[in-house]
Design a protein around this ligand. Structure first.
Ligand code: NDP
Length: 245
């Protein structure tokens, strides 16, 4: 029932993981997809996995304003934008400094503000477009060592809600998604420090186990499609039941 036929969709951070799966799913539903990230080889790999024709890729470092301008200058109006690119940094608050704060916020938050503002100002969002911000369940928790990651993801939710209000007159919707742990390179990096036993114990906290990128992509497809046309300003938890307790 869900179709993205004739929709032009931009996915950031689509060289791997959740972003790649979102691009693949959107192409299967008929969308024309533009994917961005820094790693050209991995972007090419994603392109090779897409269904249909006319998809584009562009090497973009989202922490670099010139790269964002370049992307904007080559863009046609979008019907959907997935703000998915993100990085994680585990550090207790006492070890934070300005450059570490900037490093996380520039990718996880600032880049999304700059990109969405430029898309709005250059009229690159079609009427009834859908914006989806990939936040994190971390934004609602207080897990030690995640201060900048969690704060940047919480900021994203607030930003998305304000956008939802400001863009509603054009029928443009803005929602955010808070996934729990999804098996990707990002979580592999985090689990490097833990033992096999600790990892198994941690997964037991998830009644439905850890997620797959396709679990998040499924929800994104709904938010991109016209089936969610009355949904805006929401922040949706998708976490296999982790926050039930
Ligand atoms: P990955 O590390 O697998 O992928 C991250 C993506 O972001 C890559 O495609 C990477 O591309 C891109 N990226 C990172 N920095 C930049 C940059 N400066 N400019 C452009 N692109 C960049 O992560 P996941 O797929 O796991 O995560 C995707 C999103 O989901 C993130 O925002 C993450 O915070 C969020 N999330 C993930 C969860 C999980 O458990 N995996 C849970 C909750 C939220 P490249 O290296 O080519 O630049």
């Amino acid at each position: 029932m869900i179709t993205l036929q004739d929709k032009n969709i931009l996915v950031t951070g689509a060289s791997q993981g959740i972003g790649r799966e979102i691009a693949i799913s959107a192409s299967k539903l008929g969308a024309t997809v533009t994917i961005v990230g820094r790693n050209v080889e991995k972007l090419q790999e994603t392109i090779s996995l897409l269904s249909g024709n006319g998809h584009k890729m562009q090497a973009v470092d989202l922490s670099n304003a010139t790269d964002i301008d370049e992307l904007i200058s080559q863009s046609l109006p979008y019907d959907g934008v997935i703000f998915n690119a993100g990085i994680v940094e585990y550090l207790p608050v006492k070890f934070l400094n300005e450059s570490k704060i900037d490093a996380v916020f520039s990718v996880n938050f600032d880049s999304n503000v700059v990109l969405s503002q430029k898309l709005i100002k250059k009229k690159l969002l079609n009427k009834k477009a859908s914006l989806v911000f990939i936040s994190s369940i971390s934004s609602k928790l207080g897990v030690g060592g995640t201060a900048m990651y969690a704060a940047s993801k919480a900021a994203l939710i607030s930003f998305s809600k304000v956008l939802a209000t400001e863009l509603a007159p054009q029928g443009i919707r803005s929602n955010s998604i808070c996934p729990g742990i999804v098996k990707t390179a990002m979580t592999e990096q985090a689990s490097d420090a833990a033992s096999e036993e600790e990892l198994k114990k941690a997964e037991l906290e998830y009644p439905l186990g850890y997620g797959e990128p396709s679990d998040v992509a499924g929800l994104v497809m709904y938010l991109l499609s016209d089936m969610s046309k009355w949904m805006t300003g929401s922040d949706l938890i998708i976490d296999g039941g982790f926050t039930l307790k």
